[in-house]
Design a protein around this ligand. Structure first.
Ligand code: SF4
Length: 689
């Protein structure tokens, strides 16, 4: 028994799936994963995990893992050595840069990769190639939330911790489905609701699990959240329920903001949103009476043409009611991927260096130029949609993409595929041969989280270390090693031996992370940014001041952006999102036997009234068609959706059912996040049985 025990290795890791940031021990024996063991030491989840964190790890040993570099030859790929692959990439990058300049390159970083790897990817783009064309998948999801917070309170992150979420007197969830997409946060909220008297309001098109449990379920017309949020805020001010002292001492712009709310009467809101006036008054009452209001939101808000405006409206409501800078209250955008927060924090964005310092700020740029000993580009770069359009226009020729399946997850997939086909040279670095990899010229095999060290930052801004449980499979390598090797093939002299050295460099350059060190993050320790040089961190933001020159927050008037219109023949509203059992498009969870067995493929949820009208039932096969593409799906009839609204989960196992073949090419007006939630489709019944 002792011998057996000594061969079992226990390694602390951070979950690779959602942004909750659960930590636990993974028990391994050789390459075999014996079990996932949560512990009370875990700061976010304690002894909880969800089904993905517990059972979603088969993909690590999948036979489909990439284990060698691959180089395209015609329509095929052949296995190559690392040296051959890196040499080819370096030569081709040099050739394109000399001929077309640095801005002919695009870099897509990854919210599945560590902070250190994201730091290196933006450094590679800026310092080695010389462009700010670098972005990450927050462009698909959370950029509007970040913008709404930047504009008003100054930091693009959750206001407090998971304890503040659970401690709030009132939790309002808007356009998010935490019971499936952020399960451990949902567990905390369920417990707070059941045992501690927390009140719960859910605003969503779909009657999800949290809506079933809520004290009040608001069901707005699609794309109208901004209107009801503004109307509730106006009503609160009209009743004199706003926090006068907080507004006077800590907030600018109240009078102008009040004027901007004039049109948002309860009557107008009822007409636009179809939420009964009484429910809006009840919402205002509940906020007024609550001991702390926390608002949670996700892609039901952000993936609209007005995603930034609605996110701003949420922050405005919280400011008006004094719900920032105090425990158990505030804004909580729920980050999707495990490190989408960190990918942004560490500068994988076209306009920001790490720590959200502008690339156009001369003083900041000079700091990086001095540290990196290069001249850096002065103009902001292209974001993800900007890069796609630049490819279509023949201006962007080469792309280096790390850990992102953009052919599958970007909106209007057919448009993306056409762009990727036009690239002159495309490097994909991933754990699997993804849909996107099919378009690549060179594919580099990367190691997933269990095979490397680093840090991830969760939705609370909490930075946590992960340790290496397994050796990299085959010849795969951690992404930070690959980027370093490639940089050195292009003449850089990077000599990182360990991710801790990368973090030390980032911390030395970035005030937001000044006191972050691997020593302070040892074991189960964690730090929530901003982290001062002495190592004190900030679990609760804005207690003394907001990060603006005068220390005050800014109320920002915004207007409702109505959803885009489509031809009348597209008579159904398409909603989409995650399922508990699958993560995102499913390229990891589809390889975990238990999860795939439980939910083998995607489907379309149809309301009982629509099913009756079209003569379909559970299991019927339908074809959904939008202006952009078509898919075939099996039907589930459920009252989770209503009327002409249909819902398709974003995971899929085959190319005929990927929801993004349907989604559109409209964008949030400020951040260019695709308006995934503003797609309309028509339905053709293929088979009733
Ligand atoms: Fe992983 Fe999220 Fe589940 Fe936690 S809640 S175990 S972070 S998928």
């Amino acid at each position: 028994a002792t011998l057996r025990a000594t061969r079992i290795k226990r390694t602390k890791t951070v979950c690779t799936f959602c942004g909750v940031g659960c930590t636990f021990e993974v028990w391994t024996k050789g390459r075999k994963i014996l079990k996932i063991q949560p512990t009370p030491d875990a700061p976010v989840n304690g002894i909880s995990t969800c089904v993905k964190g517990k059972f979603g790890w088969d993909f690590i040993n999948s036979e489909e893992r990439l284990t060698k570099p691959l180089i395209r030859k015609g329509d095929e790929f052949y296995e190559a050595t690392w040296e051959e692959a890196l040499e080819l990439i370096a030569n081709k990058f040099q050739e394109i840069r000399e001929r077309d300049g640095a801005d002919a390159f695009g870099f897509i970083s990854s919210s599945k990769c560590t902070n250190e790897e994201n730091y290196l990817m933006q450094k590679f783009a800026r310092a080695v190639i010389g462009t700010n064309n670098v972005d990450n998948c927050s462009r698909y999801c959370q950029s509007p939330a970040t913008t709404g917070l930047f504009r008003t309170v100054g930091y693009g992150g959750d206001a407090g911790t998971i304890y503040d979420m659970a401690g709030a007197g009132l939790a309002i969830i808007v356009g998010a489905n935490p019971a499936e997409a952020h399960p451990v946060i949902a567990t905390r909220l369920k417990r707070a609701h059941k045992l501690n008297g927390q009140k719960l309001i859910v605003a969503d098109l779909r009657k999800n699990e949290m809506a079933e449990r809520s004290d009040l379920f608001l069901r707005p017309a699609p794309g109208t959240d901004h209107v009801w949020l503004s109307a509730v805020t106006k009503y609160i001010i009209d009743q004199g329920w706003h926090d006068r002292e907080f507004l006077t001492k800590r907030v600018n712009g109240f009078d102008e903001y009040v004027k901007s709310l004039e049109k948002y009467t309860l009557e107008y809101a009822e007409e636009v949103t179809r939420i009964p006036k009484e429910q809006l008054i009840q919402t205002a009452n509940m906020i007024y009476e609550a001991d702390g209001t926390a608002i949670f939101w996700a892609m039901g808000v952000t993936q609209h043409c007005g995603g930034s405006e609605t996110s701003t409206a949420i922050s405005n409501l919280l400011l008006v009611t004094g719900n920032f800078g105090r425990p158990n209250a505030g804004a909580f955008p729920l980050r999707g991927h495990n490190n989408v927060q960190g990918a942004c924090d560490f500068g994988a964005l076209p306009n920001f260096f790490p720590g959200y310092e502008l690339v156009t700020d001369d003083a900041v740029r000079e700091r990086y130029e001095k540290a990196w000993n290069v001249k850096l580009p002065r103009e902001k770069g292209l974001d993800n949609p900007g890069m796609v359009e630049a490819i279509h226009k023949g201006k962007l020729k080469a792309m280096y993409l790390m850990g992102e399946d953009m052919a599958w997850v970007d909106s209007n997939a057919n448009h993306i595929h056409a762009a990727l086909e036009k690239l002159e040279f495309f490097v994909v670095q991933d754990v699997f041969f993804t849909k996107t990899a099919q378009f690549a010229d060179v594919i580099l095999p990367a190691s997933p989280s269990l095979e490397k060290e680093g840090t991830f930052t969760n939705t609370e801004r909490r930075i946590q270390r992960l340790y290496q449980a397994l050796e990299p499979l085959g010849e795969s390598l951690p992404d930070w090693k690959i980027i370093t090797a490639l940089a050195n093939h292009l003449g850089a002299h990077w000599c990182y031996e360990h991710p801790g050295e990368i973090m030390a460099e980032a911390a030395s350059l970035t005030p937001l992370f000044a006191g972050v060190t691997y020593e302070r993050l040892e074991g189960w320790n964690s730090l929530l940014w901003p982290v001062n040089a002495d190592g004190t961190d900030t679990p609760l933001l804005y207690t003394e001041r907001f990060p603006f020159p005068d220390g005050k927050a800014q109320l920002m008037p915004t207007d409702w952006v109505p959803p885009v219109k489509t031809g009348d023949e597209y008579d159904l509203v398409l909603n989409n999102g995650r399922l508990l059992e699958h993560f995102h498009e499913g390229n990891m969870t589809n390889k975990s036997r238990g999860l795939l067995y439980k939910v083998p493929d995607t489907f379309v949820e149809v309301s009982p009234e629509l099913a009756k009208e079209r003569g379909i039932k559970d299991g019927s096969l339908v074809r959904l068609e939008s202006e952009y593409g078509a898919v075939k799906l099996r039907v589930i009839v459920t009252d989770r959706v209503r009327g002409n609204e249909v819902y398709v989960p974003m995971n899929s196992t085959n190319e005929d059912s990927a929801v993004n073949l349907l989604t559109n090419s409209f964008y949030d007006l400020v951040t260019h996040t695709p308006a995934y939630k503003e797609t309309r489709v028509k339905m053709q019944v293929l088979q009733v049985e």
